[in-house]
Design a protein around this ligand. Structure first.
Ligand SMILES: [Zn+2]
Length: 312
């Protein structure tokens, strides 16, 4: 090889490395190919300017997505990018029905219409009040004939004798202590009521293949129900929607870093993932981590869309 050719070869290697680096979204499609993993579909809040999808998470097991939790705006696109298929999903969970947690649900459901799903899809979420529909009302308001917004999909809420693809919504009764909501051969789902202003909201614990994964959902962290739910979790996904020192309506809705730290430390969770990142917390990661480190010393990660967290 002549010496003149070396720069060309170096350039080729450099370009190849660039291509490999750019291929990371493809790598994301292998999330959960073996064992259990959590994938963040949406790491943002309601603001479009955060350039993130709104809240949504997947639980993968051995290459299949088993659970979807929330479906905020933008998450339907991320769902496709993740390589997941709605035909694989066993259960759909909602923390609450703010738009940034539920806005893409009809898009996901309509997309799944074109998949080969032949079994019902249970949907679990909170009860309603004067500000929010219950889970059963939410599904009815979307798909029921004659008043649902997308009543052309009303077949999804009319169970057939053949037991095909229908939505099976359930309202989880409010409880200050974790309650078992769903169990099948290899997973158990627990919920606890959490305070999110005046809006009925749930935190969730997924127990699957011996792993324990907990999602705070949106909450101001009041009470100790979430701490009980999160006890000894392998992974705790907490929402980092407000900075330390937040007051007023922000604080009535969300927990600051010191409260996240207290819950993570008291529950002795093995790993903390911070999501639901908003303009008011983005860019303050150092301050947030410093505050959390006062109480909690194990692994902390700030989530980005499509991040995959294998549970070892
Ligand atoms: Zn939210």
């Amino acid at each position: 090889m002549s010496p003149q050719k070396l720069p060309t070869r170096s350039l080729f290697i450099f370009v190849a490395l660039l291509l490999i680096t750019k291929a990371s979204p493809v790598r994301a499609q292998s999330c959960g190919s073996t064992g259990v993993a959590v994938q963040v579909l949406g790491s943002g809040g309601p603001e479009m300017q955060d350039k993130r999808a709104s809240t949504s998470y997947l639980i993968w097991e051995n290459g299949k997505v088993r659970i979807v939790l929330d479906a905020g705006g933008g998450s339907a696109l991320r769902f496709g990018e993740s390589g997941a298929q709605m035909s694989q999903v066993d259960v759909f969970l909602f923390s609450h029905f703010h738009v940034d947690h539920s806005g893409d649900f009809p898009a996901l459901i309509f997309s799944s219409w074109f998949e080969n799903r032949n079994r019902p899809l249970p949907v679990f979420g909170p009860v309603g009040n004067k500000f929010m529909p219950s889970t059963t009302e939410f599904i009815r308001d979307l798909f029921n004939d004659p008043h649902g917004a997308w009543r052309y999909l009303s077949e999804l809420v009319e169970p057939t004798a053949e037991g095909g693809y229908t939505l099976q919504p359930h309202d989880v009764p409010p409880s200050a202590r974790p309650i078992l909501v769903f169990r099948n051969t290899d997973m158990a789902l627990y919920a606890v009521s959490v305070t999110h202003g005046a809006f009925p909201a749930l935190a969730w614990r997924v127990e699957i293949a011996g792993k324990r994964i907990v999602f705070s959902g949106d909450t101001n962290g009041e009470g100790d129900g979430l701490t009980h739910l999160a006890k000894n979790a392998d992974l705790f996904v907490a929402h980092n929607a407000v900075p330390e020192g937040a007051t007023g309506v922000e604080r009535r809705l969300h927990m600051p870093p010191s409260v996240i730290a207290e819950i993570a430390a008291n529950a002795q969770v093995k790993q903390l993932v911070l999501s639901h990142r908003m303009l008011r917390t983005l860019g303050s990661e150092n301050e947030t981590e410093t505050e959390i480190r006062r109480r909690y010393s194990r692994l902390i990660t700030f989530a980005n869309d499509l991040d995959c967290f294998p549970i070892n």
